[in-house]
Design a protein around this ligand. Structure first.
Ligand code: IPD
Ligand code: CA
Ligand code: CA
Ligand code: CA
Length: 255
């Protein structure tokens, strides 16, 4: 493993251990952000701080974009940039105590180099990038089959399906079924492992960048809902999938 890959891998395993140790703490501080469905816990913040400490010791020059603690905007993507989602699926973390991920992406001069998505309680860790391929718990994985929408499942964000502003009901009817996991990382892992034809959601850069690097390394496609490249700047409506399903979803969304 390249030094940067094994470093990040070890930080994320250590972060996962800390989360597991504190998962059942009765006094866990849970706050709301934009509304009652948007939670942040002390462990989201502490995990991000822990990862930032490791990043700064490893590469003091690196820039950081992270969901928590006021680091959620970055305008300059020159040099090396780490994008962190310390706990992806905070609602699951609080209510289910499983089905959440720790995620990191590494960009260099605006290009995605490495992505890391760790489903902590399932002990499923995917990492990789264009130079090294994609690994699941250390085993190199093959690109998934290019299935069409009618041959597979799609992941969908619940509010998008309820509002149906981009023909999400039609997407759901065309697919074999719909899954809603409440965790972008789990959806992107499922795509990378060939368990989904597509995924449509409303995502921030830290939600899609880590898994997105893995997807593109294996020939999967992603874009915003109008088909433009995702900008790593604020929330966007995300469409990802196998090359065939991705085109179908884009066509349905923009008819
Ligand atoms: C959220 C989850 C969720 C997605 C939201 C994200 P968070 O991330 O990935 O599945 O629908 O858009 O914000 O806030 O739990 O890290
Ligand atoms: Ca959040
Ligand atoms: Ca997230
Ligand atoms: Ca998060």
């Amino acid at each position: 493993m390249q030094e940067i890959v094994s470093e990040i891998h070890s930080w994320m395993i250590a972060a996962g251990e800390k989360i597991k140790e504190n998962l059942n703490k009765e006094s866990l501080i849970v706050e709301t952000k934009s509304g009652r469905k948007d939670l942040v816990t002390e462990l989201d913040k502490a995990t991000q701080d822990f990862l930032i400490e490791k990043i700064q010791a490893f590469d003091p020059e690196a820039k950081i974009l992270g969901e928590e603690n006021g680091l959620d905007r970055l305008s300059d993507f020159s040099g090396r940039v780490f994008i962190i989602d310390p706990i992806d699926g905070t609602m699951n973390f609080v209510l289910e105590k499983e089905n959440f991920c720790i995620m990191i992406a590494v960009y260099e001069e605006g290009q995605g180099r490495f992505g890391f998505v760790y489903n902590v309680m399932k002990n499923e860790f995917l990492w990789g990038g264009p130079e090294i391929g994609v690994f699941c718990n250390g085993k190199k994985i093959d690109p998934p089959k290019d299935i069409a929408l009618e041959e597979g499942l799609i992941g969908l964000n619940a509010p998008m399906l309820m509002h149906n502003r981009h023909h999400e009901v039609e997407m759901s009817e065309r697919a074999l079924g719909v899954r809603m996991t409440g965790c972008a990382g789990i959806e992107l892992i499922a795509l990378v492992l060939g368990q989904r034809a597509g995924y449509i959601s409303n995502l921030a850069p830290w939600d899609y960048a880590p898994g997105g690097i893995l997807m593109e390394t294996l020939g999967l496609k992603m874009a915003n809902i109008t088909g433009e490249e995702l900008a790593l700047d604020g929330r966007e409506l995300f469409i990802g999938g196998t090359p065939t399903a991705f085109q179908e979803l884009l066509t349905i969304a923009n008819q």
